[in-house]
Ligand binder design. Sequence first.
Ligand SMILES: *Cc1c(COP(=O)(O)O)cnc(C)c1O
Length: 421
Amino acid sequence: MQDETKCLHSGYTPENGGPRVMPIYQSTTFRYTSTQEIAAVFDDPTKSHIYSRFTNPTVDVVEKKIADLEHGVAAMCTSSGQMASLMSILNLCQAGDSFISTSAIYGGTVNLFAYTLKKLAIECIFVDVDADEEEIQSKIKPNTKAIFGETLTNPSLQILDIEKFAKVAHKNGLPFIVDNTFATPILCKPIDFGADIVIHSTSKYMDGHALQVGGVIVDGAKFDYTNGKFPEFCEPDESYHGTIYTRDYSFAPYIIKARMQLMRDFGAYPSGHSGFLLNLGLETLAVRMKRYCENAITVAKYLEKHPKIEHVNYPGLENNKYHKLAMKYLPDGQSGVMAVTVKGGKENGIKFMDSLKMASNEVHVADIRTCVLHPASATHRQLTDEQLVACGINPGLVRLSVGLENVDDILNDIEDALKSV
Ligand SMILES: *Cc1c(COP(=O)(O)O)cnc(C)c1O
């Protein structure tokens, strides 16, 4: 099946006379006719459902669909994108371990990796997304357990050279995790380029409608955890009656271990109703992504030529630093998000945003509706103008997330707003 078809059909096939639309199983628990049957489910929890803290039939359908779209083998939904990032690391690293991450990642992930994981004695070593293989290699230590990167970064729109990082990771016996939130599997499938694990904040394009926060982890299941670095995968798990993940669940040891250890203990699992809403968003994901990209390139080309605009950062533009990588990894489009710098600094950036009538000013991105955010007065508000420039955020920079309105209406709104600048 092609992606458009998978979005609609993967994961759920109604039985004869069954509901056409995937039902919401809003139930904490599941009934069995005998003690022996329940015991069997505990022996192998992949066979059936026990408790909605770590599996649920509605969420299960969504997990199968996302795994299929990403060319993975299995997936596990989480209550947020942050939880997906956290669990993706905790499933590999313990206190005393380290991992590498590119510095071009979402701000919330930076906080999680640099501050919160540090309190758990897990060290994150940052490396520039443009670093060459030698430089990445030089950061790897004997206790390093993973490499992490983001396909298309929020909000700096840098593109990860997935094959480069995958090569260094595999040379060192390490799995490579990719946050594919902005690209979605419609624009890029990191597993095809060597990623081992893919994570998402489903709160963005996958949900698509700004309805609910969520996340997912996908297991590509090609990585060999028996290479000596990951005893937790190939020695008996005392907390799960001696399960050996690489032996008993060799089809997807990473995700089964994440569910049986981390999800069982932390319980950050979406409800059946949440799974239903996410599935609704996923059904139109392929169609929506195509339209976001069409609208965005039209808007980017228009803004690029506008006399009141200093710079447009969108990898689809030919003069963009990441255009070549965009053509390799995201040839069908580079999402609806761009960073626009209005001439005249912070004052004009704010004037432009406050003059928009249709596009809304909100702390969200990848919404179905066009929205904007001014980092210099919101997420990076505490910095001086000099500090803003130092971390790559021009004071006049506006993050523009192009939605699915008719592109002429988006352009008119922007044109009118720029008149006031
Ligand atoms: C938003 C976002 C996250 C965090 O996801 P939440 O669902 O908000 O917890 C992680 N990575 C990227 C790239 C994001 O854009």
